[in-house]
Design a binder for this molecule. Structure first.
Ligand code: NAD
Length: 426
């Protein structure tokens, strides 16, 4: 077979999210010497639903969309995870993301399993009315399978607090009373949690604060490069800047800006908001997204999208700490190289778990009917992120493994313990 074809096949395999997740799962399960029965049960999802969603389009024509919901594991509580709308979402991707949610919730020790949903559609080509009808019918199809005690969806790619409000309303109309704990990521006025919007970025700040202590660094002498400037990257960069870190680079999908002396992040984000681009922002060098990853910095925070650090470029990554804000920014093929090069990885299932942690707080507040002040939310988030970081770091030391394997081992160990205690209903 021609070399380029072999390379292409390796890359496709390396970039398949399900393969990446399974490779890490298998590595951790092996290290844990996981009981074969538990292994057989935990490596597959509990349930996968496929639904067909008829929607009356504005033109009067009927279109039928395909949707999924994967409920990966319920051992520790209801399934939890986002719903994404995208033309190329597929069951493999949703299955991988659902499993990731199981491990993420277990790493931060919140009482949820993992779930994920997706609808194959192109929201950029749909009107608000079409999106509302699609969302309501999708929610109606899932009605027997979701609920505060069963499965609690949240926003993900191309879905937002409006989508959650529609799902909450549809579910409530069928229940004949308001059930706001059926989804998280709702508007604050409808039972959303204060601090949810910033939670993922804030969680990243908390784990980076812990990581730099290990290298005897302090924020002013820590140079951070952030890929992405959306909910995770933009808010993360601003919070890091406010905490005294020297943020030397930031990007959006079109490219990034770099200044080794540090960037005025609030000004750069205001410029981005005003002009929809970092172009023309003064006093910085322009870099591509690939160049940004390879900059000389202390902390690299990929907060944009998956498969950014691969077996191809991982040898050129210069940071001491890699804080994975995005889901799956590093492929399994890059793990070993980063480990050999001494990069301290704060893996995605830990680093970006601030979002699901505050989603858990939202669900708790909905069930209590009592809402917390933002400083209370942030303080409780800090407690969980710091404790989880230390749990993973300690696990890595005790078992002499890298931090990603440690995070998976800790998560699998927790899910396995609960599964064993409950017993497998076979
Ligand atoms: P977002 O849409 O708000 O922002 C994404 C950012 O990445 C934007 O700046 C965009 O320009 C940039 N980007 C998109 N595609 C890119 C590409 N191919 N190359 C370079 N930059 C690109 O999304 P978000 O909510 O910030 O999520 C970012 C990542 O974090 C995703 O992987 C998401 O799954 C993960 N995540 C998000 C949350 C959350 O609470 N929002 C929680 C956990 C994980």
């Amino acid at each position: 077979m021609a070399n380029s074809m072999v390379d292409d096949m390796r890359r496709v395999r390396e970039e398949n999210p399900f393969e990446s997740m399974m490779e890490r799962f298998d590595r951790a399960a092996q290290k844990l010497d996981l009981n074969p029965d538990l292994y057989a049960v935990m490596r597959v999802p509990n349930r996968e639903l496929k639904v067909y969603i008829p929607v009356r389009m504005d033109s009067g024509r009927m279109e039928v969309f395909e949707g999924f919901r994967v409920q990966h594991n319920f051992a520790r509580g209801p399934a939890k995870g986002g719903i994404r709308y995208s033309p190329d979402v597929n069951i493999d991707e949703v299955r991988a993301l659902a499993a990731w949610m199981t491990w993420k919730c277990a790493v931060v020790n919140v009482p949820f399993g993992g779930g994920k949903g997706g609808v194959i559609c192109d929201p950029s080509q749909m009107s608000l009315g079409e999106l509302e009808r699609l969302t309501r019918r999708y929610a109606a199809e899932l009605i027997d399978f979701i609920g505060p005690e069963k499965d609690v969806p949240a926003p993900d790619m191309n879905t937002n607090e409006q989508t959650m409000a529609w799902i909450m309303d549809t579910f409530s109309m069928h229940a004949r009373h308001t059930v706001n704990a059926v989804v998280t990521g709702k508007p604050v006025e409808l039972g959303g949690s204060r601090g949810r919007r910033e939670a993922t970025g804030r969680g990243i700040l908390f784990v980076i604060n812990e990581a730099i202590k290990r290298f005897k660094m302090t924020p002013p002498n820590t140079r951070v490069a952030v890929q992405g400037s959306g909910n995770v990257g933009g808010i993360g960069a601003r919070l890091l800047h406010d905490a005294g870190y020297k943020v030397v680079a930031i990007s959006d999908i079109f490219g990034g800006i770099y200044n080794p002396a540090g960037i005025d992040i609030p000004a750069a984000l205001a410029h981005l908001q005003a002009t929809r681009s970092f172009e023309e922002f003064p006093g910085v060098e322009r870099v591509s997204n690939q160049e940004l990853l390879e900059l000389d910095c202390d902390v690299l925070a990929p907060c944009a999208t998956e498969n950014q650090i691969t077996s191809e470029n991982s040898n050129r990554i210069k940071c001491r700490i890699l804080a994975e804000g995005a889901n799956g920014p590093t492929t399994a093929g890059a793990d070993e190289i980063l480990h050999e090069n001494g990069v301290f990885v704060i893996p995605d299932i830990l680093a970006n778990a601030g979002g699901v942690t505050v989603s858990y707080f939202e669900w708790v507040q909905n069930r209590m009917g009592y809402y917390w002040r933002e400083d209370v939310v942030n303080e409780r988030l800090q407690d969980i992120m710091v404790a989880s970081f230390n749990d993973v770091a300690k696990y890595a030391e005790t078992h002499a493994v890298d931090t990603r394997t440690a995070a998976y081992m800790l998560a699998i160990d927790r899910v396995a313990y609960d599964t064993r205690m409950r017993g497998i209903y076979a």
